[in-house]
Design a protein around this ligand. Structure first.
Ligand SMILES: Cc1ncc(COP(=O)(O)O)c(C=O)c1O
Length: 393
């Protein structure tokens, strides 16, 4: 699905030198590269403060702790997302309130957020899924009216830009009270292990984040709250500092792949290509199709034989997961998310794909779809024949 090897080979001398420099310094924790990378990323995104941490899941947890959310507070998020988002809400004793998504963008539906607000609601966590923004203009308006915090989960959308109706443009993670991201290796900006970061424009929130992530201490050995230990290690920061210079190029490379797929697959009777929201650039962390009239597992099996990997992000919405109390939800409660889980299929996408590979994937996909549609037609014909024969007998 992702070719990290080719990406590494292209920038190997720079990466190797950056790692070697950390090895020579032996400042493995809190080396200067951590602050340098945080500053570079703040400058790139235009946000006031970037606080690195150990991974994207920690970033979400630290965000909720830094905002002082308390046991029993309700936090609204989408049921069609990666589990990490809702997991930390539950882990902190807060109540995850799951809602449905927009059928075009796959991101949280603002009308569903409004309908889910209660006096206990304290925050909304929109996830910019697959590389495209949730409807932040409406979400921010809802949050302002109901006095709620907004934590943007931009793990899949770093570098994406949102345009408000007045023309103002903002980077992912810089619109809400806090943005949280992951530098997992396959992410659009990925390190060579685990990593994450929080963004905020608010100085006191930034101080709280730093305190929570550092065992709840502002002054060494004086612990104000129960915190966590969550740090980006120096080697990862040094790698990210190199890779950040290439982020725009990486986004463009992903968009090139997506444009290629779009052009080749638009209008296909069994496929719906990803929607592009005019308000958001799409940085295509995933290129996710919707299938119609085709058995997904059969398709995946045949493509795998051809050597074409595919993935299902995600096969089960959170409200059907045992961990999130599936027994409390009814089938059909969040119909869009349920439908998407049944029909989505993500194709390989990464920064170093060549036209030859893309042509191979597209032709393999199209010929397999044709083959499976013909089998389907033959099955229909055989069944009809059998029914006819039974009638005559
Ligand atoms: C939307 C979303 N949120 C959170 C995370 C968690 O990030 P990490 O794996 O770095 O903990 C991920 C990463 O997989 C993600 O895709």
């Amino acid at each position: 699905m992702v070719d990290l090897q080719s990406q590494y080979q292209r920038i190997k001398p720079e990466i190797d030198a950056a790692i070697e420099s950390v090895l020579e310094s032996t400042k493995f924790i809190k080396g200067p590269e951590v602050d340098e990378f945080a500053k570079d990323l703040a400058q790139y995104t235009g946000v006031g403060y970037v606080i690195p941490c150990a991974n994207g899941t920690d970033a979400l947890q630290i965000a909720m702790m830094a905002l002082n959310l308390k046991r029993g507070d309700e936090v609204i998020t989408a049921t069609f997302t990666y589990a990490a988002t809702a997991e930390v809400i539950a882990l902190l004793g807060l109540t995850p309130v799951l809602v449905d998504v927009n059928p075009e963008t796959f991101c949280i539906d603002p009308a569903a957020i409004e309908a889910a607000i209660t006096p206990k609601t304290k925050a909304i966590v929109p996830v910019h899924l697959f590389g495209q923004f949730a409807d932040m203009e409406r979400i921010m308006a809802i949050a302002k009216k109901a006095n709620l915090y907004v934590i943007e989960d931009l793990a899949q959308a770093i570098g994406s830009i949102y345009t408000f109706s007045d023309g103002t443009q903002k980077q992912a993670g810089t619109i809400g009270d806090i943005g949280t991201t992951s530098f997992f290796p396959s992410k659009n900006l990925g390190c060579y292990g685990d990593g994450g970061a929080l963004f905020t424009n608010d100085e006191s929130i930034a101080q709280n984040i730093k305190m929570v992530a550092n065992h709840g201490q502002r002054i060494q050995y004086y612990h104000e709250v129960i915190g966590v230990n969550s740090r980006l290690d120096t080697i990862q920061a040094a790698i990210l500092k190199v890779k950040l210079k290439y982020l725009d190029e990486y986004c463009k490379a992903r968009q090139y792949v997506a444009n290629y797929y779009d052009k080749a697959l638009a209008g296909h009777p069994n496929l719906k290509i990803p929607y592009r929201d005019p308000k958001s650039t799409h940085v295509f962390h995933q290129y996710t199709l919707q299938l119609c009239g085709i058995k997904r597992d059969e398709l995946r099996k045949h493509l795998a034989i051809l050597g074409i990997p595919t993935m299902i992000y995600y096969p089960l919405p959170l409200h059907f997961q045992k961990a999130f109390g599936a027994e409390n939800y009814k089938k059909g409660q969040f119909p869009i998310s349920e439908m998407l889980c049944e029909c989505v299929l993500s194709l390989p996408i990464s920064t170093e794909m060549e036209e030859e590979q893309l042509a191979f994937i597209v032709s393999g996909l199209k010929s397999t779809l044709l083959y499976l549609s013909n089998i389907e037609l033959e099955d229909h014909a055989t069944n009809a024949e059998k029914m006819n024969q039974t009638k005559h007998h």
